[in-house]
Design a protein around this ligand. Structure first.
Ligand SMILES: [Zn+2]
Length: 231
């Protein structure tokens, strides 16, 4: 697959291949660019992660989120500000090592690098080990994101398959299917229900114990927690 090299105003849309380190960190890795607008961490002035844990890939699930806050962003400057805001919130308020999502997509149709493909995310409790988390920046409870934002999110998933980070037979779910949350908002959730690979299951956090791909240790913990709260 030949990717078109896309030049962005603030960053060249190039990331490193295997492993996907930040651009420029290794001379040995294959350089990969995307056929959609892409901004690396340095492009939005990301802070350095406190720590990183490798993700076991290819993953069998993609989890779609909305940011709720910050609201939708429609240009590079606003979306970079949104990325920094989310990273600060996740690191300073939640105490996480980095922004929780692997990637985010703005209403400018640009994909923004979060943790990247090969790092364990912090976006869906109990489900992080088996998934890539993509956030569509904005509050999508009452409306769907614009077409260019949806198109880039789909292209990002396709790239993840081609790069070997997402299983070709992956399942697509909304955050609310694995956690008690409104995320990704009804407007966006109704949209992704129409996408290829959307899976009705799990339909809620209660069904996580039936997800084959989840480690037994996770399911045991979930079962114990359920038993403790229902007794
Ligand atoms: Zn979410």
């Amino acid at each position: 697959m030949i990717y078109a090299l896309i030049m962005c105003a603030s960053a060249i849309a190039v990331v490193q291949g295997f492993p996907s380190l930040f651009a420029g960190e290794s001379e040995d890795n294959e350089v990969v660019s995307y056929n959609f607008p892409f901004v690396t961490r340095s492009g939005w002035n990301a802070r350095t992660p406190k720590e990183k844990t490798p993700l076991n890939f290819p993953v069998p699930y993609v989890v779609i989120h909305h940011s709720y806050m910050p609201p939708a962003c429609y240009n590079r400057e606003a979306c970079c500000t949104a990325m920094r805001g989310m990273q600060n919130f996740h690191m300073d308020d939640h105490g996480w090592w980095d922004i929780g999502y692997h990637f985010a997509v703005g209403s400018d149709g640009v994909a923004y690098e979060g943790r990247g493909w090969d790092t364990l995310g912090a976006h869906a409790l109990h489900f992080n080990t088996v998934s890539i988390g993509i956030c569509l920046i904005g509050d999508w409870r009452y409306s769907a994101p614009p077409g260019n934002q949806l198109k880039t999110a789909k292209a990002l998933i396709t790239a993840g398959i081609e790069l070997g980070y997402i299983k070709p037979d992956y399942k697509l779910v909304g955050h609310k299917q694995v956690r008690n949350t409104e995320c990704p908002g009804k407007g966006l959730f109704d949209t992704i229900k129409t996408w290829d690979h959307f899976s009705e299951h799990p339909s809620s956090v209660d069904e996580l114990i039936y997800v084959n791909e989840l480690p037994e240790s996770t399911k045991t913990m979930l079962l114990n927690r359920r038993n403790n709260t229902t007794v």
